[in-house]
Design a protein around this ligand. Structure first.
Ligand code: PGA
Length: 256
């Protein structure tokens, strides 16, 4: 049986300022769930601060994006090697906001994943369908195509470091999460798509996760964590999510 350690990751997006970042990092520093990993993905300018505050704690930090190239004349881009210098343990890749706002396609996302893996930074790959795609009944096909494109450059050893966040586009930032039944259906489908080769891949859910609904997701077989946006900007709420998810998750055994 494959043991996958739960992961709760915060995605701060483009919120806050240095003082708020400092206060939030200070609030999260003591977090240490007995059974699980916690990470915060902060804006680039606060990576040094995250490293200074969280270094030596049980909370990891990371970025929300990475360049698809190793180095060179790419104005405005940040290389995986630079993230590594700031001690990033994680990087979010392929978030739907970047797919939409920065026109990232699956081929670009595949190159970004390869860069992260090359520098030993664990990627959190985001996939998810739009409302129109769900209503058209093509959710599974959309996710499969996104996975197929994004994972094109990774070998099976890279899968051991990969987390995939199922984030239905229509549930992000809406205050209305997908139902546990919907998430359970997708997780089962993703596990089947990966089969034995991907038994170590952590599968997360993201989209309007809160302290109130996180326990429902913790009960889902095959789900290993959460990617938390808005609720990760409040120290007490994010702390409650980490503790509740990991405590409930601890009680159940994990299928391979
Ligand atoms: P949300 O964002 O929790 O605010 O819906 C999740 C995400 O976009 O990663």
């Amino acid at each position: 049986m494959t043991q996958r350690i739960p992961l709760i990751a915060g995605n701060w997006k483009m919120h806050g300022d240095r003082a708020r970042a400092r206060a939030l990092l200070d609030a999260l520093k003591p977090l240490s769930p007995a059974q699980g990993e916690v990470a915060v993905c902060v804006p680039y300018p606060y990576l040094e601060l995250a490293q200074a505050v969280l270094g030596g704690s049980a909370v990891a930090w990371g970025a929300q994006n990475v360049a698809e190239w190793e180095e060179g004349a790419h104005t405005g881009e940040v290389a995986a090697s630079m993230l590594a210098e700031f001690g990033c343990g994680y990087v979010i890749v392929g978030h739907s906001e970047r797919r939409r706002e920065a026109s990232e396609d699956d081929a670009c996302i595949a190159r970004k994943l390869a860069q992260a893996i090359r520098l030993d930074i664990k990627p959190i790959l985001c996939i998810g369908e739009t409302l129109a795609q769900r209503q058209a009944g093509s959710t599974h096909a959309v996710l499969q195509a996104q996975l197929h494109g994004a994972l094109a450059l990774l070998d099976s050893t890279a899968l051991t470091r990969l987390s995939i966040a199922y984030e239905p586009v229509w549930a992000i930032g809406q205050g209305q999460a997908a139902t546990p039944a919907m998430v359970g259906d997708v997780i089962t489908a993703l596990r089947a798509m990966f089969g034995e080769a991907g038994a170590s891949v952590r599968l997360l859910y993201g989209g309007s996760v809160s302290a109130a609904n996180c326990g429902d997701f913790a009960a889902l077989a095959g789900l290993d964590g959460l990617l938390v946006g808005g609720a990760s900007l409040r120290g007490d709420e994010f702390t409650a999510i980490c503790q509740r998810f990991c405590t409930r998750r601890e009680g159940r055994s994990l299928p391979a």
